[in-house]
Every structure is written in C-alpha cells, then in structure tokens.
Design a protein around this ligand. Sequence first.
Ligand SMILES: [Zn+2]
Length: 448
Amino acid sequence: MILKRLRSTPVPGTRDSYTGVDFNLGFHVRHYDLDLTYRVDPNRLEGTATLRIENWRDLPGLTLDLQQNMVARRVVARGSAGINVKVAKFKQSGGKLRITFAEPIPVDTEFTLTIYYGGNPRPRRTTWGDIGWEELDNGSLVASQPNGAPTWFPCDDTPDEKASYKIRISADDPYVVISNGQLVDKQSGGSRTTWTYETPFQMASYLATIQVGEYIRIDLGRNTHAWVTPEHATEARVAFRDQQEMLDFYEGLFGDYPFSDYTVVVTDDELEIPLEAQGLSIFGVNHLEGWERLIAHELSHQWFGNSLGVAQWDDIWLNEGFACYCEWLWFEYTGTPVQINVDKEYEALQRKPQNIIVGAPGPKDMFDDRVYKRGAITLHALRVLLGDQAFFAAVRRYVGSGRHSVVEPVDLKRELYEAARSVSVEPSLIDDTLHAWLFLPELPECPQ
Ligand SMILES: [Zn+2]
C-alpha cells in the first residue's frame, strides 16, 4: 500500500505543542512488529519490537518515544541490501530512546531496528488523565490518545506517522487478548496462549491497543462483534443491538467500513469515557445502558480519526466534530431531526464561556466538550449552506480521498468548494462559515 506523503514535516528543534513531545526527525517507521509476553498478575510486559524504517536524510542516530519504566536492554540494527548499519550506543532519557549508529546511515536506506525491552507498564499522568497501558481489576487495557503509546512499545508517537502493524502477544490462560486488525494465529501451549494480530492498514501509534481480560465473544452482526465478561453478555447484546445497523448506515453515508471488522470491548471496570482504537472501541460496564450516542460516536471514529487521521492535534475537531455529528445523524435516521440536537447543543454552548478557538483549541481544551459540539454544529452550518445532496457528496469525497491516510482541514475545504460550485453557492461562504465557527470565539448564529 502506498502511503500518501505526510505533510506535517516538523522543523528541527520543534515539539508537538499539544503533547510537549519533541519530534523524532529524519525517518519514517513503515512497519511495527511487536512480539510481547504479558503476565497479568505481576503486570509484567516483555517485548521485542522490530521497526522497519526508512530515512530521508543521513542519520547519525535517531530517537524514539519510550517511557522510562519500560527499559530497553538491547538494540540491534540491520540494513537492507548489503548496507551495513550498526548501533554504537543507546540510552533512555526524557521519555526518549536515543540511539547512535556506529556510522551515519546514508539517506534512503531501508533498515530495521530491533529493541529488546521490558518492565511494568503503567499509564502516564497527563493534563488529560491517565493515558496508555492501564491495569484493570482483572486484566488491562490500552487507551493512548493522544500520547500513551510509549507506555508499552517504542514508537514514533505522533498522529501523522502511520504504519502497518503485526502484534503477537502471549498471556496467561484463561485471559483473552484483543488487539487491532485480524486475528491471524492463536497458539496454546502450557498455561499460556499466544495471539497474533495483523493490520495492513496504516495506523497511528495512539490507536494501537491491547485489551486483556476474561472475555467471551458475542457476535453483533455480519462484521461486528463484542468481547465482554460472561456476566454482562446479555446486557451487552441489548446495548449493542443496533451496532450492525449503525455500521450499515454509516457505510451508506460515507462509503465502505475502512477496516476488516469492528470490535467492541466492554471492560468489567467502569470507564470515564469510551475510547477509540483502530478497528475497535473500548467501553466500560457503565456504558451498557443509556449510551447509544456514544456507541454511534465511537463507531464513526473508524472513518473520522482512524482511517482519516489528523496530521496535528490542532485539527482534533475533524475527529470529534464529525463523530459528534454522526451521533446526531444516527438519531436523525432513527427519528429525531438533527436540528433538535443542534438547537439543544447550541443553547448549551450559549451558556458556556465563548473563549475557545475550536480550530486550534490548545492542549488544555483539546478534549473540551465545546470542540465536539461546536465542531458538529460547524458541519451542520455547512450542510444548511450547501443542501443535503452537495454536503454529503463532499463528505463522501473527503472520506474517500483521505482513506487510510492523514487529512488536514484543507482536504475537507477542497471538497466543500467543489460542492459549493455545484450548487452555485459562492465558495467564499465556505471560508466565512469555517472561520466564524472555528477561528472566532463568539458563537455565530445558529444554523437553521
Ligand atoms: Zn470522540
């Protein structure tokens, strides 16, 4: 698969202004092969990570993101086609694994780095709460948005760097391990089982996940299923009864489901919010009643956020505005006009401070509810401006051209301009709408 050229090429010496993490420069990880062993009770993770890398400048060394408590013990480099690459030294500091090569690796070399590491994985504490690998009462989960991936594997942890993955993990019986993509192999031996998952679809590191628990699988439809503890299987069947119909509904609007199938995991623990990963979503047992909107929301992230990834966190509204609007579209389909939700949330926004720039909210407010709701109403304003046919045709083209890639607002705008021209709407009105809703603090008029 050809990866669309990544556009947010960072300038040396700069860092992600949301996560505060320095960019890892000069190379791209094409593929991650993670070979993991996990012991649930001591919460011990041992790993061998092999990263297939190509570089677009001479590399005397490189950095990867890896939490300090996951200790790298050995790092081995192998060059392709007779190119000799060798690791001279490596060290861990400041959340980075810093690798120095014996000789600089010439530009455009394909090589692999194998990192042998291990530790007791734990979440990182951030402005947004605990992120990454987290122990449950019985098992563990991984929910990494935006920068939790280095809590369990060495990676280039920035949303615009997508790669394919193979994740093999061995865990104690009777635990089930769920990860991204297709289960391609399952081997039992002794008191352990090894699960191998593969995802050929490009994936951002924050969307890579591992779920460990005493789960059973229940089918929810043609290409969707849930993993849940036996005690909550009946409730889960009820809560997710419309999952297949939702999936079919979104396919009708946005084009084919981007991945092979859709999985939900319901943990026995309560979770503050459900969380999306690529090809799957994680819900807490507390979401089994009254949370239809979140079931729709998380599913829609498979198109908006996962297949179409953001290039930088400034654009988080492209994920959350669409996912929130998808909730309302589902309710429209089941009988509640979108306008009712728009009016309700507009009124709620009027009661909140109007001091957020939705199009670049900054780290503190990146998950603020106003990004979600105002982002969604922005889309409604565009729909009202263009009419249903032109608006949804534009969204379908946007989803199609950004599939398994990264997108920026300009990609959506391009399709909106075309839609405007097709219905004789002045394209500058697209700019005006986006500017007023996303880049000015005051609430514009409610779109009707
Ligand atoms: Zn969301």
